[in-house]
Design a protein around this ligand. Sequence first.
Ligand code: TYM
Length: 334
Amino acid sequence: MTKFQERVFSGVQPTGTLHLGNYLGAIKNFVELQNKYNCIYCVVDQHAITVEQNPVELRSNILEVLASFIAAGVDYKKQIIFQQSSVAAHSQLAWVFNCVSRIGWLNRMTQFKDKAGKNRENVSVGLMVYPNLMAADILAYLATHVPVGDDQKQHLELSRDIAQKFNNDFGVNYFPQPEPLIYGNATRVMSLRDGTKKMSKSDPSDFSRILLTDEDESIASKIKKAKSDSELIPESSKDLQDKPECLNLINILSACLNQSVDKTLQNYSGKEYSLLKKDLAESLIQIIKPMRTEIKNLLNNKDELDAILKDGTQKATNIANPIIEDVYKIVGFK
Ligand code: TYM
């Protein structure tokens, strides 16, 4: 087996202000991983238009995601951050993968089934072939490691299948099998109102999620109103199996404090949830306040953000273009 050079790639959609799930599930790990790997982090605007977007809002969301990466601690001088649509390689490779991937594979994607619902005949073709574009994002850089939240696991498995099928179809060992990096205590942050649903940008209730731009008072009141329990906090997470909202609060606090769930339970067992909520709100404010301030500052300096994007585009293009050249030769275009 060829040893591929290790490289991290991940992406975030510019479909609204980022929330705590995006941060704890993915972006916090992006920041950690940059100490060990060369990393490429992408604002995936082409993914965003698989569902309808307002063009003016889309442009402003692109800059906000970029600002959030930087505010969270991604080092744009050492690593690459850029916008997907500005590097043609993503679309070029996605087309090749559209012809490698199978309709049966895409039909099995649970996220597609959830998003399309009963409206399956009427959603965009883009929404269906979205995982092929995701595979292209990763493999246009021969990336080996992909930090994501738990909800992207199935898409990552499909990327591996596509890489494997391309290699088999053309008798090469060109693409690596990208490995998902899903780790931490908050790989799936749930809604604060309903612990069976994941925290998401599209939930109609603002109280279901904490945003990276939320003011201190808003964070405190969302946590205070979060669904929990009148019983005391138990000793073991097994006792929380039928109380997903409580487990969610404990997972979030553990992730904020970088400690195990067992340790958090040790500290809080026998106490009331109101105490845990108070500490959780304080921890979240400590994490979010500096990010919120930095996001605002950066968004006041759009020229600087544009310059960062331009630089990232150039660096990403320099890596991806020779890979597209190779792929075009392998498939017989050149
Ligand atoms: P997106 O934009 O929906 O989410 C960005 C990242 O945040 C994670 N995430 C969560 N983690 C924990 N709990 C939650 N409630 C939660 N909600 C979101 C996601 O898992 C993701 O890591 N298809 C991707 C974007 C993408 C991509 C890629 C990722 C496009 N190309 C290539 C990796 C590699 C998406 O829609 O993420």
